[in-house]
Design a protein around this ligand. Structure first.
Ligand SMILES: *[C@@H]1O[C@H](CO)[C@@H](O)[C@H](O)[C@H]1NC(C)=O
Ligand SMILES: *[C@@H]1O[C@H](CO)[C@@H](O)[C@H](O)[C@H]1NC(C)=O
Ligand SMILES: *[C@@H]1O[C@H](CO)[C@@H](O)[C@H](O)[C@H]1NC(C)=O
Ligand SMILES: *[C@@H]1O[C@H](CO)[C@@H](O)[C@H](O)[C@H]1NC(C)=O
Ligand SMILES: *[C@@H]1O[C@H](CO)[C@@H](O)[C@H](O)[C@H]1NC(C)=O
Length: 628
């Protein structure tokens, strides 16, 4: 069903473009540029509060770590590199050790997470940590002359690594722009979310350094340099343009357009096989951000095609992708069920990309079907609920008898730790678990989108509305949406593609005129009254999710949740065979099921809750679910 407001969208885009352009003409530079093509908008992080459930518990554990970690230890590599006193701090281990090539990458994630913590909760400790860090980075920048660095540079390794990157002699394994991207993104988040002007100054000074460093390089020299992982440099530079309105940053962003990756994607060709996965996903996000800055459809094609190819041909049942950090041949899923599947950063980045694309295409609920899958089945359970600092795994193993926190040593081989890991995935998890509310609700004119079913309270200030969502989803199959305030607006509720039907009621009465087809949005347009309650039920059932390359290898899902077999400490030498007709739910208050695999009783449980035991996700099968 088309919403009656649809005609307004092109007009709104035109008005935003017009306003943006006229501000350039008028010479305003400190202006937040509206995104080209936006059909919907996110709420401020502080507008949505998580209620008590697993998502809030994850957030709380991460917050505890964010507030307890020794900030001076995180500053160590910056201070040493810039010739300042380390203030007797102990150096970190892991990927922030003083001899680790891209030390100082993880700090940017802390900056983003502290900024998000402040934005969500107005938490003073997080604010103080973020702004202290930015001020200390400014001191590092100020001392650049004394240590022979050029203006604006700030990092935990010497600037000469960039000279080596440029002249092709960088041999220490560093990915210097990858690390600098994190610092830029972290500072931008502090600026955006707290208005701290020191963070803005350090950011723009470092961004200007990037401009000066890359401006003299030829196109070919730049393309060669881009063969070394560079994170989301195109994304953050486009974001600085969005934040400042200064087109200079867009020019810098476009220098990071990586032709070998973008050209095949623009032509919708899958050239993923063998490429390092998390090196690519941030580039696609950058393409989406550049589309929103320029309106050039090629960028949109690149971002959309990358999403489609990845989700359809390279993604495991839990929403993650990659094996040993790399993409494999199209549809090679069962062929790569190993202990190093699904690097977590890739899913963090895919969620960002999904959100960007959905905002341009808000009728398309498939984006949030994927989002829900990767968030629930991969990232929620990436964090160890038994750890008070919410430590995480790098990979999520999908081999028979796999276990979270067990994998090759170079990818962790264990859960992260307070001071001796600092892997990429530890950094992105800090961000994930401080913005779990950012994609539940969105708005467009007078339409409210409900994309995720997570207990929470939304304050929609422009409309004077508070919406309280109460649910035990995905254990329960209903969600209750209670409206406070009144007025004319439309509620768009995502009906997941996996359900067979959805039942909607308003104040206990059915809504026969509202279509609730799976894979679409149910739209309720009315004059809302204070206290109105919408209840939506998504009947859940067991289903199989086959591996693309072998229809006889399946994961089991119940509603949105992937289930796994609990094998305790038992090792599995081969894929177990699950009797599909043996699967029986143990009760409505959990996602536990009894089943028989290889003639033995096996408990199936929600995969997001599978920590501390050996599990099985992909099965050979006998029988059929119809009989279950
Ligand atoms: C590359 O740059 C490094 C750092 O400045 C320098 O030491 C080295 O001599 C350069 N190598 C070449 C081949 O230009
Ligand atoms: C930042 O400044 C903007 C514009 O003045 C304001 O709307 C916003 O509320 C401020 N944010 C914070 C966290 O103070
Ligand atoms: C991961 O799997 C590989 C290949 O099967 C194996 O050699 C390695 O020992 C495994 N690592 C762990 C920690 O189980
Ligand atoms: C499986 O569990 C059922 C019910 O608890 C029990 O009757 C049966 O003996 C068990 N089967 C095996 C093979 O352990
Ligand atoms: C597909 O999976 C089934 C069940 O595990 C297995 O028996 C079969 O050998 C697999 N087929 C291929 C081509 O790998």
């Amino acid at each position: 069903m088309m919403h009656s407001n649809d005609w307004q969208k092109p007009l709104a885009i035109f008005v935003y473009l017009f306003l943006s352009l006229s501000s350039f003409v008028n010479g305003h530079s400190d202006l937040n540029i509206r995104d080209v093509g936006a059909q919907a908008y996110a709420f401020d992080l502080g507008g949505v509060e998580l209620a008590q459930d697993r998502f809030l518990e994850n957030q709380d554990r991460t917050l505890k770590y964010l507030k307890e970690i020794d900030v001076d230890r995180l500053l160590y590599v910056f201070r040493v590199t810039h010739g300042l006193s380390t203030q007797q701090a102990t150096p970190n281990g892991g990927w922030d050790a003083p001899d680790f090539p891209f030390r100082s990458h993880v700090q940017g994630h802390f900056l983003s997470a502290w900024a998000q913590c402040y934005a969500v909760l107005r938490d003073q400790t997080c604010y103080d940590r973020a702004t202290y860090f930015a001020a200390e980075l400014q001191k590092c920048q100020t001392n650049n002359n004394a240590v022979g660095f050029t203006e604006g540079y700030v990092s935990g390794f010497p600037e000469s690594d960039f000279a080596r990157l440029e002249n092709g002699t960088l041999t220490n394994g560093n990915v210097p722009y990858y690390a600098v991207h994190k610092t830029l993104a972290g500072l931008l988040d502090i600026w955006r979310l707290t208005n701290d002007t020191t963070s803005r100054d350090v950011l723009l000074s470092l961004a200007s350094w990037v401009d000066r460093r890359t401006e003299p390089l030829s196109y070919n020299a730049m393309q060669k340099l881009l063969q070394t992982e560079f994170g989301g440099m195109n994304e953050v530079m486009a974001d600085i343009y969005h934040q400042t309105g200064n087109k200079k940053w867009l020019t810098v962003a476009q220098r990071f357009d990586h032709a070998v990756i973008f050209d095949p994607l623009a032509a919708n060709k899958d050239k993923f096989d063998g490429t390092h996965a998390n090196t690519q996903v941030p580039k696609w996000i950058g393409a989406a951000r550049q589309y929103k800055a320029t309106g050039e459809s090629r960028y949109l094609d690149i971002a959309r095609n990358a999403w489609e190819i990845n989700v359809k041909s390279h993604t495991y049942a839990i929403g993650g992708n990659s094996q040993a950090e790399h993409f494999r041949a199209p549809n090679a899923i069962a062929a790569y069920l190993t202990n190093d599947t699904c690097e977590a950063c890739n899913s963090y980045n895919m969620l960002k990309l999904t959100r960007e694309l959905w905002l341009l295409d808000s009728d398309n609920s498939a984006y949030f079907d994927f989002y829900e899958n990767a968030l629930l089945n991969h990232l929620l359970g990436q964090q160890d609920p038994h750890d008070h600092h919410g430590h995480i795994t790098y990979f999520t193993p999908l081999n028979a008898g796999g276990r979270r926190g067990v994998g090759p040593a170079w990818g962790g081989g264990t859960w992260s730790t307070d001071y001796d890991s600092f892997w990429c995935c530890q950094g992105t998890a800090l961000e994930t678990n401080t913005k779990l509310m950012d994609s539940i609700y969105f708005y467009s004119d007078s339409t409210l989108f409900i994309n995720l079913f997570i207990s929470s309270v939304l304050k929609w200030q422009e409309m004077g509305i508070t919406l309280k969502q109460s649910t035990t989803y995905p254990v329960g199959d209903t969600s209750q949406l209670e409206v406070s305030g009144s007025g004319d607006w439309t509620m768009n509720i995502r009906i997941p593609a996996w359900t067979s039907s959805a039942e909607l009621t308003l104040n206990g009465k059915a809504l026969p005129d509202v279509k609730s087809t799976p894979g679409t949005y149910a739209q309720i347009s009315r004059t809302w009254a204070d206290g109105d309650v919408v209840e939506i039920r998504f009947p859940m059932s067991l289903r199989t999710v086959a591996a693309n390359d072998n229809s006889s290898m399946v994961a089991i899902a119940y509603g949105p949740s992937i289930l796994c077999g609990n094998y305790g400490d038992q090792a599995l030498s081969s894929t177990p065979t699950l009797a599909l007709d043996s699967i029986k739910r143990s009760g409505a208050s959990s996602l536990d099921f009894t089943s028989i695999a290889d003639d033995k009783n096996v408990t199936l449980s929600a995969f997001y809750d599978a920590q501390g035991y050996n599990y099985n996700v992909y099965w050979a099968t006998i029988g059929s679910l119809d009989a279950a």
